[in-house]
Design a protein around this ligand. Sequence first.
Ligand code: NI
Length: 218
Amino acid sequence: MKKLVLSVAIAGTLLSTISPVFAYEQGDWVVRVGMTNVAPDDSSTNVNVGGADLGVGVNVDSNTQLGLNFVYFYSPQLAIEVLAATPFSHDIVLNTVGPLGSTKQLPPTVSANYYFLEPSAKFQPYVGAGINYTLFFDEKFTDANTSAGFSKLDLDNSFGLAAQLGFDYMLDDKWLVNASVRWMDIDTEASFELNGSAGSVDVSIDPVVYSITAGYRF
Ligand code: NI
């Protein structure tokens, strides 16, 4: 009898944390909104101007913007997710010298996410893999560098792999909170002119991208 009472108590505890109302279903949509931080883990070649190696490279600072996720569930454990955001703005710094210029970018990313635990649990971690396309725009040198003769800054758009870890935590059958960390392979060649001579530098930005969002299931 004691055993039975214990079993019922354990079952009751399990039922209170694992409830079918939280389970994702095929055809569900989830929209998440929150903050997304792009933190470059960057490295670069030395800057080259007119065939001469300047002996220094560049680095790129981090930026936080409004992040949006659109998620569609193919099955209770497999979802397709699109990451969108308001444009990120990054300063570009010439190493040990100072500010060089800045760029804006949008990094739309499509991922397939696999939810690997019990679908009806409140805590639903996932792993994802996908493709990132990064569009650079509004590239410009600082006013001082423009006065010094730098012009025509252009960063090539980037196409690469992306991977992520994240979780949804269901607050009820509609609302959830989410956190994720992504790795994106983003590489670009920056080209420019300095007083008529062509210059360039290859930059590997490869950021870690952190998001904290609130989500709603439809
Ligand atoms: Ni890379």
